[in-house]
Design a protein around this ligand. Structure first.
Ligand code: COA
Length: 568
């Protein structure tokens, strides 16, 4: 079937649908919802049999939904309507939520229902629920709807509030007033719900010592309390604020009126206050190590998967410490939502010299990658619970094995960031696993990749488990089995021998030098593309057109091929 994904942005959910629909043999093209004329042009060029809208901020024009079946993915249960579906579900503490696939018509979110999938809610941020439960339910719903499309005589269900299974209702856009924190009254659970309902967007607006900031990345604390609303101290990158029954950690802030009005670590935004705040020892940490049997698990749930210079350096130290332990396998866990998205573009943007900070950050991530690649004492595994992008994918590949949760999305390319060349020893790691020609295709295609394709190409070694729980259970069994493998010594010896042979053929330093020579041009050269692309990314400048890599219908060569194959 020819399916057009009409979307505000090619976000994680749209990328997942793109992967899964293509894998099932559908022809999928993408158009960003820029304006009605552009949408009409896309529909005219592509002539889709179905239009799916995974993430829209405006209504589909009537001229389109009247003549084409347009299915909207709404992140709400049957009958739920409005632009703040998940926000309300989190704030109201709904035990169960869902995704409904409904047909576009004149009334927003009130069209006939093609599929509706519910899931149990989890204590997590809106973005985390969106990337996990919502994405899985949306995929199931869209696949069901596509099947229904192919059934002659299928009639979608009209929205009828008299039905007992229609439990949602129309809710307005959530305002800041709806989730404003009352530090004198709200308990920790309420504060967490309020912040999570707005995380990643728009954040909860709050005041800290007279400074207006948006709050993100909230976590519970243990054993900390104080005067409600008081800042108790800082730990790592987070600040700790007291509630009526304890306290919460807040890891990220956005000072929308400041010089850098984008998300940054809380301690960076409030650096001028830190001298007066106590440091809380053994408080909040974004790196955690645990051991089970002869396996060490290194967790690094960095917010949004972005790895700053400081985080890379601390992670490298933690990795080196893990390597000193009497274990056999080290599992690099990343975080539950992302494994890694490479260097931290926000802290780079906020630096006095973004070029210097880019240089420091790429060198810090390379130092980490090098430690992993040259580990001779352990077998290493990258365990991708969540998505990985750009340098994050290649950093994962630095380990001996890369195992992913089924459904994880990889973006193994750098070029979208202003033609960034990339480093992390990718010129060694990628061709070694997938071959030179495939390496070239992967990095040039700039397309998201699913776990199936990742395994076929050799970028991943395996994938398993449909959700995080299943993935973690199986991961532990597999990592333990690897550590106890009767052949462990031989596996380790083979790995060391291969590394030595590779080093003789071409030293790692040489790969790094060549990559950094190109990166140096990206950071310091005449072409400002990387700096412009990073600015646009960090400031979320809306894209003015859909990249040709995903807008098949705008790719003249491909259309000519299609016309030819249809004619012959
Ligand atoms: N640095 C800082 N923030 C990053 C980041 C990075 N490297 N990668 C992602 N983020 C942030 C985004 O700004 C976004 O922030 P928000 O919470 O304010 O919305 C959030 O993480 C989620 O990213 P988003 O782009 O919405 O997710 P996605 O699933 O749609 O796309 C990627 C995933 C990886 C394709 C996309 O995030 C990306 O291109 N990231 C940049 C990768 C990169 O070029 N890294 C540097 C070179 S190594």
């Amino acid at each position: 079937m020819k399916i057009l994904l009409l979307t505000h942005a090619f976000n994680s959910l749209s990328q997942r649908l793109h992967i899964e629909l293509k894998q099932r043999g559908h022809r999928v093209s993408v158009e960003f919802d820029i304006n009605d004329a552009v949408t009409a042009q896309a529909v005219d060029k592509f002539q889709p049999e179905l239009i799916v809208a995974p993430f829209l901020k405006r209504a589909i024009p009537e001229s389109i939904w009247r003549h084409h079946t347009c299915l909207i993915v709404h992140p709400g249960i049957k009958g739920d309507r409005g632009p703040s579906a998940l926000d309300w579900a989190i704030l109201n503490g709904e035990p169960e939520w869902g995704v409904t696939v409904l047909q576009a018509n004149a009334e927003m979110d009130a069209g006939d229902i093609w599929a509706s999938i519910n899931f149990p809610m989890r204590d997590a941020s809106k973005a985390s629920l969106y990337r996990n439960e919502v994405t899985e339910a949306a995929l199931r719903g869209v696949l069901q709807a596509v099947d229904n499309m192919e059934q002659p005589g299928f009639v979608p269900e009209p929205l009828d509030y008299d039905r007992t299974d229609v439990k949602g209702r129309l809710r307005p856009l959530m305002q800041q007033a709806d989730r404003r924190i009352d530090w004198q009254r709200d308990d920790s659970a309420t504060v967490l719900r309020k912040i999570r309902s707005a995380d990643g967007f728009p954040g909860v607006c709050d005041w800290i010592f007279g400074q207006e900031v948006m709050l993100y990345d909230a976590h519970p604390t243990e054993g900390l309390s104080g005067e409600p609303g008081a800042l108790l101290g800082h730990s790592g990158q987070a600040i700790c604020r007291a509630t009526v029954d304890g306290a919460v950690w807040i890891g990220h802030l956005r000072d929308k009126n400041g010089a850098h009005p984008f998300k940054l670590p809380a301690t960076q935004v409030l650096h001028h206050l830190l001298a007066d705040l106590p440091e809380i020892n053994a408080g909040y940490s974004d790196i955690r190590y645990e051991e089970r049997g002869r396996v060490g698990y290194l967790h690094f749930p960095f917010y949004n998967g972005a790895m700053s210079t400081d985080q890379c350096q601390r992670l490298r130290e933690a990795y080196c410490a893990a390597r000193q332990r009497d274990t056999r396998v080290i599992v690099l866990m990343g975080g539950p939502d992302f494994w890694s998205n490479g260097i931290h573009l926000n802290t780079i943007e906020a630096a006095e010299s973004p070029a210097d900070e880019s240089w420091a950050n790429i060198n810090a991530i390379n130092d980490l990658a090098r430690e992993i690649i040259t580990t001779g004492s352990h077998l290493t595994v990258s365990a991708l619970q969540g998505n990985a992008g750009a340098g994050g994918v290649f950093l994962a590949r630095a380990a001996d094995y890369v195992w992913a949760r089924g459904g994880v999305v990889l973006n193994p390319h750098y070029k979208d960031m202003g033609n960034l060349y990339g480093s992390e020893y990718w010129t060694y790691l990628l061709p070694k696993r997938v071959g030179a020609e495939r390496a070239r295709l992967i990095t040039q295609a700039r397309l998201p990749m699913g776990t199936g394709e990742g395994c076929e190409l050799g970028l991943l070694d395996d994938y398993f488990g449909g959700d995080n729980r299943q993935f973690l259970d199986q991961l532990q069994q597999r990592a333990t089995a690897l550590a106890e493998d009767a052949d462990f010594d031989r596996l380790l010896a083979d790995k060391v021998a291969t590394r030595e042979a590779d080093e003789r053929e071409k030293p790692l330093d040489e790969y790094r030098r060549e990559e950094l020579e190109r990166m140096n041009l990206n950071f310091y050269g005449f072409d400002p593309s990387y700096h412009v692309a990073r600015y646009n990314f960090v400031y979320k400048v809306a894209k003015s057109r859909t990249p040709i890599t995903i807008a098949q219908h705008r790719d003249i060569t491909r259309r000519a091929e299609d016309d030819w194959s249809q004619a012959s």
